[in-house]
Design a binder for this molecule. Structure first.
Ligand code: 13P
Length: 268
């Protein structure tokens, strides 16, 4: 069974004061869900320490939004996986579309980051997704397969499955335009089928172990429908994760959709 997972990506938002206020409201709302799903909060780097302290022993994990692929050295402005591990991070986002589009990260760069995160026993969350132009040119599947293939080339298939894949259509991020359940379903199925095709027959069906989550304008009003889709194992939440009530409601929707509260899980 794949354990549901919900990750808050705060992006470049927050302050010491607002983080504290958000966490104080959020933690009680997540209490009910922390044993049945993996929950993580990814603040900007300077606040990792603060959020780690606020999370304490709640069982909710700390995550980072980016990482360097290098171990240490003259890389001004970069943060290594070792440093993130020392800060208590469990998850690290790699290849978010904002990193790919605004900072020129290539799929090879992202694959190297995936490797460095995994090498320290942390869990990389590989973000993949197509732009609107790519979707309109029927390139969605090719683009996403290339993004995943780069990681398989770098670390191998079994290691890919030790991470999480987040499907985030670029055109749905921060735009209020959510992909339809049909669009999400198709891409998630494609991802699983692609991974299954990559697997040598003897290796078992890794594609059924891989957690694939959705991100892109997930809100309290659409979360349940998206999370009910059979190949969707959770969410990566941007804007709505900055509001305790919204994120709490989204966690509730994931719990309900995946049947973890009643013990009837949707995936055997
Ligand atoms: P929004 O939820 O704000 O659309 O952001 C999604 C995202 O990019 C999460 O990583």
């Amino acid at each position: 069974m794949r354990k549901p997972i919900l990750i808050a990506n705060w992006k470049m938002n927050g302050s010491l004061q607002s983080n504290q206020a958000l966490m104080v409201r959020l933690l009680p709302r997540l209490r009910l869900f922390r044993k049945t799903m993996d929950l993580a909060v990814c603040p900007p780097f300077p606040y990792l320490f603060q959020v780690r302290d606020l999370l304490g022993y709640t069982g909710i994990m700390l995550g980072a939004q980016n990482v360097s692929s290098y171990v240490s050295g003259a890389y001004t402005g970069e943060v290594s996986a070792t440093m993130l591990q020392e800060m208590g991070c469990r998850y690290v986002l790699v290849g978010h579309s904002e990193r790919r589009a605004l900072y020129g990260e290539t799929s090879q760069d992202v694959a190297a980051k995936f490797r460095s995160v995994l090498g320290l026993g942390l869990i990389p969350v590989l973000c993949v997704g197509e732009t609107l132009e790519e979707r309109e040119n029927n390139q969605t599947r090719t683009v996403i397969e290339q993004q995943i293939q780069a990681v398989i080339d770098e670390v191998g298939l079994a290691s890919l499955a030790r991470g999480v894949v987040a499907y985030e259509p670029v055109w749905a991020i921060g735009t209020g335009k959510t992909a339809t359940p049909e669009q999400v379903s198709l891409v998630h199925q494609d991802i699983r089928q692609f991974v299954a095709r990559c697997a040598p027959e003897a290796s078992g069906d890794i594609s059924q172990e891989l957690r694939v989550i959705y991100g892109g304008s997930v809100k309290p009003g659409n979360a349940f429908e998206l999370f009910s889709l059979p190949d969707v194992d959770g969410g990566l939440i941007g804007g709505a994760s900055l509001h305790a009530d919204d994120f709490g409601t989204i966690a509730g929707a994931l719990a309900e959709a995946s049947g973890v509260l009643t013990g009837e899980c949707k995936v055997e």
